[in-house]
Design a protein around this ligand. Structure first.
Ligand code: NAP
Length: 244
């Protein structure tokens, strides 16, 4: 019998992260539900267990060094290794009406919080989990990004992407970080990719969006379960590669 694979999904208490956890659980993974709020975390764990997922709660605030270290310690104790890390937790930062962030009026505190969560949070969590990932036979890291971070799409004259001066650059930063990690991981077997879930109706955008969280989770699940020798250092959406 093959060994149960171990996953951690950050921001898994709701939205796309919850569905990534559910999808991996459905594939037989033991899933750590990374979430910062105890009640929301335990509710999500119960919902996942109710549908047969081998889920357990991992207290995790991606902006907090001690919380992240504690999460790594917990997974070390419970599983001894990590096969899949999905860096899903993310925030938009405060938006003006029309879902716009005007760079000329950007509150630096908003920028700082967005970068701390969407960028530094990923580095914090990935680096804390690396010793556990290195014990896996086929480690996978998925960074949940957004096509709004694509410079090619932002600069397309016909772009429909609104100006989002904190959020969009945070995802561009995350994309280039993904490439840096992929280069550093070359030859190690660790595959790391960025993914855009599409426009998904979640709390994140006031539930505006044509896609369901389950649809949004699909590409991340595919990247989390790539075979050995699969792509790394790329940026995907459902239809294929997203241009940088
Ligand atoms: P969501 O429903 O708002 O979920 C975001 C999750 O991130 C929540 O679980 C939230 O936890 C968690 N989170 C935020 N800050 C955190 C922190 N400091 N530590 C730990 N967890 C934290 O949003 P979503 O739409 O599912 O978004 C998930 C990811 O998809 C994000 O990275 C987002 O940028 C990306 N994305 C979304 C869309 C879309 O259309 N929805 C499009 C492109 C990309 P709490 O419940 O505690 O706040």
């Amino acid at each position: 019998m093959s060994e149960t694979r171990i996953a951690l999904v950050t921001g898994a208490n709701k939205g796309i992260g919850f569905e990534i956890a559910a999808g991996l659980g459905g594939l037989g993974y033991r899933v750590g539900v990374g979430a910062r709020d105890e009640t929301r975390r335990e509710t999500a764990v119960e919902k996942l267990r109710a549908v047969g997922v081998d889920a357990y709660g991992v207290p995790l605030d991606v902006t907090d060094d001690r919380s992240v270290t504690g999460a790594a310690d917990l997974i070390e104790r419970r599983a001894g290794r990590l096969d899949v890390l999905v860096n899903n937790a993310g925030i938009s930062g405060e938006m003006d009406p029309g879902w716009v962030q005007d760079p000329t009026a950007l509150d630096l505190e908003v920028l700082r919080t967005v970068v701390d969560t969407n960028v530094m949070g990923v580095v914090r969590v990935t680096n804390a989990m690396l010793p556990l990932l290195r014990r896996s036979a086929s480690p996978r890291v998925v960074n949940v990004s957004s096509s709004v971070g694509s410079l090619a799409r932002q600069t397309d004259p016909d772009t429909a992407i609104p100006i989002m001066a904190a959020y969009a650059p945070s995802k561009s930063f995350l994309n280039t970080l993904t490439v840096q990690y992929a280069r550093q991981f070359a030859g190690t077997g660790i595959l790391i990719n960025a993914v855009c879930p599409g426009l998904v109706a979640t709390d994140f955008n006031g539930f505006r969006g044509p896609r369901t969280p389950e649809q949004g989770a699909a590409a991340a699940i595919r990247l989390a379960t790539l075979p050995d020798g699969g792509p790394t250092g790329s940026f995907f959406e459902d239809d294929g590669v997203v241009p940088w």
